[in-house]
Ligand binder design. Structure first.
Ligand code: CO
Length: 462
């Protein structure tokens, strides 16, 4: 049995290179080909796709999922699920998490990859329990738990092995090392995967990014250490800030004991179609040439590629591009002060904005975004390492509210039924209610357009 491949072109590839702008129409031209190519799974939903559908593409993300499911009867469909943040940017109540898991499975998802930005396992529990519970109704459901990979004095191989043991006990069906920044080095991957294979019995998947130019080396060492599944993207949406190319790994491993056995002809056909879309996005400026290059700076600053472009646009808007290097140097400092959070959504945006504010104002923590204040109050869960107490006091002030030490969602009341009642005129099904629960006005505006409603037709206060 060779190495299995999950193709991410339709989710992470699109998210990493073209800000998740691939349309359902484009996806459906490629999906039936990928469905027959022999993949372990296709990552097609979750992450930023849901938000992008509602906000930018004027598409119903649920309809997209059903359409992909119909186009792919043979291959497992996978989604990325941000633990208690679901597909949004803050914590939601448990009943919303549960309903979202149910509806994701019902509309066509097989594998739910759950992660928490801080690796606080309490934030995974509700989603993991939901998948396990809904497995009775949808037996094909699989719960994969992803460990957010980062580097810091606390994020050692021992730390991740220990975490892996915990998530195995929680009931994960498989484990993913999610290296969203592409900073996992080849030898560390070899050591980590070797230890994980020895000390857990779960299938192991590796997810990394090519941003720093080392990902293919890392994958090969992981394969030699026995990794079961690797995340790749069909060539037009591979490389740069995305995953390594699927076809290249299929060729590189051909005839070896690791042979992924994918159908090259079908991959070519799908790649030809995707290439056309890629050219369109290059021409209209959505795909930046910079995103396709190699950026070893991410290894120096340990900053994900998406965050680099985000910082650049923040500085550009403020006419402060000359501060770019200084901000990059500030990021590791902010991370240390905040207890080394991994830089993944939403923490990457929060830490980035704080670093920009520190540099622009010329004084550390003179200004802080609200989300950073919430983080310091414990509202995102437990930081991986101790938070600098002087920094906490400077940001929150001396008389700050009590810091939360329980699981943050324990403080959130159920809200599904209430939302359903409140928005009964625009939410025609439970899926619509979930869209509103996650993206509020963005979803409400979308549903108004979708159902051709004008404000007077539904008498609710928005
Ligand atoms: Co990724």
């Amino acid at each position: 049995m060779g190495v299995k491949i999950v193709d991410t072109a339709l989710r992470d590839g699109s998210q990493s290179l073209i800000a998740t702008r691939l349309t359902t129409d484009e996806i459906l031209q490629v999906a039936p080909l990928l469905d027959k190519a022999g993949y372990h799974a296709l990552e097609v939903w979750g992450g930023a796709t849901f938000d992008a559908c509602l906000r930018f593409l004027d598409e119903d993300p649920w309809e997209r999922l059903r359409a992909i499911r119909k186009a792919c009867p043979n291959t497992k469909l996978q989604m990325l699920f941000r633990g208690q943040n679901i597909l949004g940017y803050h914590h939601y109540p448990d009943d919303i998490v549960d309903k979202f898991v149910e509806k994701s499975l019902e509309n066509g998802i097989d594998v739910i990859r759950v992660f928490d930005a801080l690796n606080d396992v309490r934030n995974l529990k509700s989603a993991v329990d939901a998948v396990k519970r809904w497995k009775e109704k949808f037996p094909r459901a699989e719960c994969q738990i992803a460990l957010s990979y980062t580097t810091s004095p606390v994020h050692t191989v021992d730390y991740y092995v220990d975490l892996a043991r915990k998530v195995e006990v929680m009931g994960a069906d498989s484990l993913c090392i999610k290296d969203m920044a592409g900073v996992l080095l080849p030898e560390t991957a070899y050591e980590l995967i070797t230890r994980l294979k020895k000390e857990t019995s779960l299938p192991i998947e590796l997810h990394s990014h090519c941003t720093g130019g080392i990902c293919q080396m890392t994958y090969l060492r992981a394969i030699e250490a026995g990794v079961d599944i690797i995340d790749c993207a069909l060539s037009p949406f591979s490389g740069g800030t995305s995953q390594p190319s699927t076809e290249s790994f299929n060729y590189a491993l051909k005839g070896t004991k690791y042979d992924p056995m994918l159908d090259s002809d079908l991959l070519d056909q799908a790649a030809n179609k995707l290439e056309k879309f890629k050219q369109k996005y290059l021409k209209n400026g959505t795909l930046k040439v910079k995103a396709l290059g190699v950026n070893p700076n991410i290894l120096k600053y340990q900053v994900p590629g998406g965050m680099l472009s985000n910082l650049m646009s923040q500085l550009d808007k403020q006419g402060a591009m000359d501060k770019y290097e200084e901000v990059l140097k500030e990021v590791p400092r902010v991370r240390k002060d905040l207890g080394y959070p991994p830089l993944v959504t939403p923490l990457s945006q929060m830490v980035g904005t704080q670093a920009v504010m520190n540099v622009i104002t010329g004084e550390r923590y003179k200004m802080s975004p609200k989300e950073i204040k919430d983080y310091l109050l414990g509202k995102y869960g437990q930081a991986p390492a101790a938070i600098d107490e002087e920094v906490r006091e400077k940001i929150l002030g001396k008389d700050h509210p009590e810091i939360i030490t329980c699981r943050p969602a324990d403080l959130l009341a159920p809200e599904f039924e209430e939302l359903k009642k409140k928005y009964k005129k625009i939410a025609k099904c439970d899926e619509d209610v979930l869209s509103i629960a996650l993206f509020e006005n963005v979803a409400i505006d979308f549903l108004k357009r979708k159902y051709g409603l004008v404000a007077e037709e539904f008498n609710v206060s928005l």
